[in-house]
Design a protein around this ligand. Structure first.
Ligand code: UDP
Length: 379
């Protein structure tokens, strides 16, 4: 008999959620994490200047799922934080998603009403009820000029692909608004955990039934009895890695990673907003600059920023949604479906561009679907 009922690979959102749920159900859970910390890409820490920074880039929580919101509130206090993003276009800082202020600043207009903005959009939009790719999706929303200035080159920097090489869904993540609403997200709940994400994950995993092993690569220990003999295994790593990249000889499943260039500066602030996007290729190869102090709003004479460069090398962060990758992934999914008592959870294992709340939701729903009425209620 194995010491553990459940083995979870990865201590990010999906892994921590499943570990917590099964531990609450009374199961003994082993969490294996390759990195030297919990929290997956949400991992944050206080740096040498005393500023809370996110090692793998800013994470902004937002959701309309009541159950997810209730769930995350069990492990941390949250403070409201409405995320806003500025983009540097023609040397000006403009809000994104495109709204009245964006258009007025870029085109030196004086639109003041929703009707006038709608008329502007009607004039520029390339109407298309069923966009087949990211370019058609963006053109249908903002027309040629804004597409060139704000989306085309940013997308190339981020994905090393132009929007026409990506699914429409990628560009459809960003709405266009005919009012003055400059929030990045429209969800009911938008908040950050009071003491950071790492503390949130620590609280989730702080259970007598949970054992976390850091610096442990599942592929090096998978034949050990405690792993092999568990009742259920949840895998939150990259799906192609699980199958030893067996289909990558034909064609490799593509992932994007991020390289961060960190700087701590002896000045109170660097930029006027937490995130400034750089869609103009002449401004540099980085996609955005994140200034972390804006999130906690704590006073500090210094400030830390990171410039983000999206790359092909490094840990996989983003699946690259397009038909070619979908076809390769489908082959891996068929292999995954043949396995008994092994479940693939989260962004990397599903090769899906989940937001944080979707990752929580996916893990909670999987747990409920497996355990049914035995699942403890989230109150
Ligand atoms: N995007 C863009 N310009 C921007 C912001 C986003 O072209 O200033 C495009 C880009 O292709 C990006 C997609 O819209 O991948 C979705 O953006 P989102 O901010 O949702 O990406 P995230 O960084 O959250 O993955």
């Amino acid at each position: 008999m194995s010491t553990f009922d459940i083995v979870v690979i990865g201590a990010g959102i999906s892994g921590a959620t499943l570990a917590e749920r099964y531990a609450t159900l009374g199961k003994k859970v082993l969490v294996l994490e390759k990195r030297d910390h919990i929290g997956g890409n949400c991992y944050d820490y206080y740096n040498e200047a005393g500023i809370l920074v996110s090692k793998y880039g800013a994470h902004l929580f937002h959701t309309n799922y009541e159950d997810v919101w209730r769930y995350v509130n069990r492990f941390s206090h949250w403070y409201p934080h409405v995320h806003r993003v500025l983009a540097r276009v023609d040397g000006l800082l403009v809000p994104i998603p495109v709204n009245i202020v964006t258009v007025n600043r870029i085109f030196k207009l004086n639109i003041q009403s929703q009707e006038a903005m709608q008329a502007f959009l009607d004039r520029v939009q390339v109407k298309n009820p069923q966009p087949r790719n990211g370019e058609e999706a963006a053109l249908a929303r903002v027309g040629h000029e804004l597409y060139e200035k704000m989306f085309k080159h940013y997308t190339k920097k981020q994905w090393d692909k132009y929007p026409h090489e990506l699914d429409a869904s990628v560009l459809q993540r960003i709405p266009v608004r005919s009012n003055f609403d400059d929030r990045y997200f429209e969800d009911t709940y938008q908040a950050l955990p009071l003491n950071g994400y790492t503390r949130l994950f620590a609280a989730m995993l702080d259970h007598p039934n949970i054992t976390v092993r850091l610096n442990t690569d599942y592929f090096e220990v998978k034949e050990t009895p405690e792993v092999r003999e568990c009742q259920k295994l949840f895998y939150a790593g990259p799906i192609d890695r699980f199958f030893d990249y067996r289909y990558s000889l034909d064609c490799k499943l593509q992932w994007r990673s991020i390289r961060f260039e960190w700087q701590t500066l002896d000045q109170e602030y660097f930029q006027e907003n937490s995130v400034v996007n750089y869609p103009d290729p002449t401004d540099g190869d980085f996609t955005r600059v994140v200034e972390y102090k804006h999130f906690t709003k704590r006073r500090n004479p210094r400030t830390t920023i990171s410039r983000e460069y999206t790359t092909d090398e490094g840990d996989p962060y983003y699946p690259v949604p397009n038909p070619q990758n979908e076809a390769i992934c489908q082959r891996y999914r068929e292999e995954a479906d043949k396995l008994r008592n092994i479940y693939f959870v989260g962004r990397l294992a599903n090769y899906k561009y989940f937001n944080m709340d979707q990752a929580f939701k996916n893990a909670l729903d999987l747990f409920t679907s497996l355990e049914g009425p035995a699942a403890p209620e989230i109150t």
